[in-house]
Design a protein around this ligand. Structure first.
Ligand code: GLU
Length: 531
């Protein structure tokens, strides 16, 4: 009978979840959904020295933000709990005993100093069949002495007894069959009496078995542990229900060789964590994709394609489409370069497809950050709808469209030089009058009236329109001018033109704030001349 698909994402709460871990979680989730299976979130907190407060919440929040749903876990509960390893000590103790009783494991008393000495004495020391007979363990000491040491409270570890020179086969859905000789493995520590906790290997195997995990989908960095895990399944007699292994390709640096690291992100300017992380010890803040202005659905799509392809050339896929198309057959063995520019491209595509009203809601906090308030959601939606074509990340919307909310604080120098000349102020004064005379500011209507006026006066169309734009936007860029003035209150438009006239004297160096200039301005405005 086919086994029910049950997968687990099993992070250790030792810091922020790395983006590679997020991809692992995503593939587990997609695979579970594809096969109507269960997705388990198991917290592997057996290494008490590396525990970091806040890391578990961070994991939950990240998965939730990305829409990676969990069926069983610490928060969700489920029939196979507890889902946090530090709460399963009894279970591990029993299983350690089982291996000891069966002679598949032994107790070792070697102190750190003794291990150090062995390492110094024996080249390439490894605790295994070739060395264990000269160490202090339950294989070399008489039984009553072992018992006495334990009763005295001497610290010990339990080691897995690995038989040398055995072929160990790991079956991997992406890599095929990988064979390893057991002699290269050491007698791994499975349990430490010091904190009464199992190590990763034992806890991981016991839980995968008890939680009826069908597929172990994890990063390639865990491949070296797989032969040991296979041997553990066999030692427990669980070989018939051993999960299928799937080791996902590494995420690589965008440029050069090697694993993607936080340093690459810092250097090239992209995050490697899903959410911003505040390190509780150092206080250091690491940037996150969410705070950088990525949409979760774009990040999901981007990550899904790092190491997998749908077998055709589709790129933009919803979570459901990813689920429909997913299979390990199209996963690559080779590492996947973390092309963050492609990530930005995905985000742009998702911004373009997202309804403006929804984008506006995501943009509101950015407006607040800039101290902007008092605009209706409808105004915000229409404004960003006009500029999103030039945005990759949500904050780019501010860069492109801040003029909808605040008057320009300066004018692009190059554009001023090119478009603002001696006669511009008078023409702009005239334009104010023209605009004031328009009742219906809809784009096409205002455009017709203004262009007719320009034509009638035989003004230079490009110069007038660009000076107009300079006054309202602050630079010669942005969406169609009359779309802007359809949305913006007319008084704001005319106020900005007036401000530009006052600010951009001509020619600045010579006449700035001279009597001549002030008189000219008064004349233009029909005010009495200054004395
Ligand atoms: N706790 C391990 C981790 O931090 C789990 C590895 C595995 O999936 O077996 O990734």
């Amino acid at each position: 009978m086919e086994r029910k698909v049950r997968v687990r994402f099993a992070p250790s709460p030792t810091g922020p979840l790395h983006i590679g871990g997020v991809r692992t979680a995503l593939y587990n989730y997609i695979f579970a959904r594809k096969h109507g299976g269960d997705m388990i979130l198991r917290i592997e907190d057996t290494d008490s020295r590396r525990f970091v407060p806040g890391a578990e919440d961070y994991i939950n929040e990240s998965l939730q933000w990305l829409g990676i749903g969990i069926d069983e876990g610490v928060r969700e509960g489920g029939p196979f709990g507890p889902y946090k390893q530090s709460e399963r000590r009894d279970i591990y103790r029993q299983h350690v005993k089982q291996l000891l009783d069966a002679g598949r494991a032994y107790i070792a008393f070697d102190t750190p100093e003794e291990l150090e000495a062995a390492r110094a004495e024996i080249p390439n020391f490894q605790y295994d069949a070739s060395t264990r007979t000269r160490m202090r363990n339950s294989l070399t000491l008489p039984a009553d002495e072992v018992q006495k040491l334990i009763d005295n409270g001497t610290q010990y570890v339990v080691r897995f007894l690995i038989e040398p020179d055995k072929e160990v086969k790991v079956n991997d859905l992406i890599r095929g069959e990988v064979t390893v000789n057991s002699s290269i493995l050491d007698d791994k520590v499975l349990y430490k009496s010091a904190d009464d906790l199992p190590t990763y290997h034992l806890a991981n195997i016991v839980d995968d078995h008890l939680m009826e995990v069908s597929h172990v989908i994890r990063g390639e960095e865990w491949l070296p542990s797989a032969p040991l895990h296979v041997l553990l399944y066999e030692a427990f007699g669980w070989q018939d229900t051993m999960p299928q292994f799937v080791h996902l390709p590494l995420l690589l640096k965008p440029v050069g060789n090697g694993k993607l690291s936080k340093r690459d992100g810092d250097k090239l300017g992209f995050p490697v964590f899903p959410l911003e992380w505040h390190d509780p010890k150092s206080g250091e803040i690491s940037s996150g994709f969410r705070e950088r202005g990525y949409l979760p659905e774009a990040l999901v799509n981007f990550l899904a394609l790092l190491g997998w392809n749908p077998g055709d050339d589709s790129e933009l896929m919803t979570m459901q489409e990813l689920i429909d198309k997913f299979s390990f057959e199209h996963c690559s063995k080779a590492g996947a370069k973390f092309d963050f520019k492609k990530g930005e491209w995905f985000n742009h595509e998702y911004l373009m497809r997202k309804p403006d009203e929804e984008l506006a809601a995501l943009f509101m906090p950015i407006l607040e950050e800039h101290g902007v308030s008092g605009f209706t959601p409808e105004y915000v939606a229409r404004a960003i709808g006009m500029v999103k074509g030039r945005a990759n990340l949500i904050p780019d919307l501010w860069e492109q469209g801040s003029f909808f909310f605040i008057a320009p604080e300066g004018y692009a120098e190059k554009d001023v030089k090119k478009r603002w000349s001696a006669e511009t102020p008078a023409i702009m004064e005239e334009l104010i009058g023209v605009l004031e005379g328009i009742d219906d500011m809809t784009s096409a209507n205002a455009e017709k009236i203004v262009l007719d006026w320009i034509a009638f006066k035989e003004y230079h169309l490009g110069n007038v329109m660009n000076a107009f734009r300079l006054a309202v936007v602050g630079a010669c860029r942005g969406p169609h001018m009359f779309d802007i003035t359809e949305l913006m209150p007319k008084e704001e438009v005319t106020r900005r033109i007036r401000k530009a006239i006052d600010t951009l004297h001509y020619p600045p160096a010579i006449y700035e704030d001279t009597e001549i200039w002030r008189n000219q301005r008064a004349m233009r405005r029909g005010e009495p001349p200054v004395a």
